[in-house]
Design a protein around this ligand. Structure first.
Ligand SMILES: NC(=O)c1ccc[n+]([C@@H]2O[C@H](COP(=O)([O-])OP(=O)(O)OC[C@H]3O[C@@H](n4cnc5c(N)ncnc54)[C@H](O)[C@@H]3O)[C@@H](O)[C@H]2O)c1
Length: 351
């Protein structure tokens, strides 16, 4: 197991290499240090925007056969073990954890912010039932580590909008946000009461080229690139001047893996770590795309998601993550735009 300092050096080396080849996975070098570990990994919600990319990264580290991807729907072009599993079905979850001798769980299954507002009760039920099932089975079957993705949606109007601190008032405006605040507190409770090693990040909006987002308020920042590359105009559902914190998927995956690899004694936050990458408005991302695709046109037609975005922070103070486990984002808006366009141009040329 690399020591904490080595992990930081390793991450920097990975980044340097990733700049040379667009296909280099920053997790590959972690693999060489860790391959001897015999963990069995369960991922719930593995067919989603994050899960489909995280599963591949985990497969590189632990080996394809040791990562069990699960979801209520199949994953496109998936290689490796996969089960249909409803994370709300506690008995089915327990059977999988037992049969596969699972040692780590990444619980990604959820209903996200915008979709959650269409059926708030369902969002609460699914997000809480599945998470409590995961915590209970992890406790009962002595699972070594559990990962829980939280969100900037835990913050609402009561929170400082700029450089929002780690320990801030949490009064969210959405059912999704309420479920994440409760989820973070359950993570803390299981850690304190039962010693369960639960680790968590408050992701900002995640932007990826590999998979489409599943109903969040920041989904526009993925859609906009797909439209631009296909030479189609884009109608944005947020106002042009709405700043939101965002993170490019390689940074999101690396943050997740680095947090999960950090020595437990370094982790001072057992609810969920603030995590920052970049902040931009729809107008700023549109202008950045136009640097490379000058004919790209964007119009703005704010809908119900504007109110959700307005209640969220504009930027995040992630100093606890930087201090405790060496977090450093590596992509800014321009680096992300170049990478997104390059990957999506390949994708649509092949289609
Ligand atoms: N994508 C983002 O911008 C973002 C930001 C903050 C936090 N997060 C969190 O990260 C996690 C993953 O998000 P994502 O963007 O991949 O979401 P997504 O909507 O793309 O994927 C969620 C997956 O969960 C699956 N699912 C739904 N109900 C299920 C159930 N009962 N049992 C098993 N699977 C079920 C869905 O089929 C889907 O594949 C979520 O917990 C989300 O709250 C995401």
């Amino acid at each position: 197991m690399p020591c904490f300092k080595q992990m930081g050096i390793l991450a920097k080396q990975c980044y340097a290499t990733s700049q040379r080849s667009p296909y280099f996975s920053p997790t590959k070098q972690l693999l060489n240090r860790k391959r001897m570990k015999q963990d069995n990994i369960l991922v719930t919600g593995a067919a989603g925007q994050l899960g489909s990319v995280l599963v591949e990264a985990l497969q590189e580290i632990y080996g394809t056969s040791r990562v069990l991807a699960t979801d209520i729907k199949p994953i496109e072009n998936h290689e490796g073990p996969f089960h249909i599993l409803d994370a709300c079905d506690g008995a089915a979850l327990e059977a999988v954890v037992r049969q596969w001798r699972i040692t780590q769980i990444y619980h990604l299954a959820a209903i996200l912010s915008a979709k959650g507002e269409q059926d708030p009760f369902k969002a609460w039920q699914l997000n809480m039932t599945s998470w409590l099932n995961v915590l209970e089975v992890a406790r009962q079957r002595h699972v070594a580590k559990v990962y829980y993705p939280s969100s900037i949606a835990v913050f609402g109007y009561a929170a400082a909008p700029k450089n929002t601190p780690q320990y801030e008032v949490l009064i969210p405006e959405t059912a999704y946000g309420i479920s994440k605040v409760a989820g973070e507190n359950w993570a803390y409770y299981y850690h304190r009461r039962y010693g369960l090693d639960v680790r968590s990040l408050r992701y900002p909006g995640i932007i990826s080229h590999q998979s489409m987002p599943g109903g969040g308020t920041t989904d526009y920042a993925v859609d906009i690139y797909h439209h631009a590359v296909q030479r189609k105009p884009y109608e944005c559902f947020l106002r042009a001047d709405t700043p939101l914190p965002m993170l490019y998927i390689p940074d999101a995956i690396r943050a997740t893996l680095e947090l999960m690899e950090a020595p437990a004694q370094r982790l001072s936050v057992r609810t969920s770590y603030n995590l920052a990458g970049m902040t931009f408005t729809p107008a700023e991302v549109a202008a950045n795309i136009q640097k490379y695709l000058p004919d790209f046109q964007v119009t703005y037609k704010p809908d119900y998601r504007q109110a959700i975005a307005d209640s969220w922070p504009q930027s995040i103070d992630d100093s606890f993550a930087r201090r405790d486990w060496g977090w450093q984002p590596q992509y800014d808006l321009d680096a992300m735009t170049r990478d997104m366009i390059a990957h999506l141009e390949k994708k649509y040329a092949l289609a």
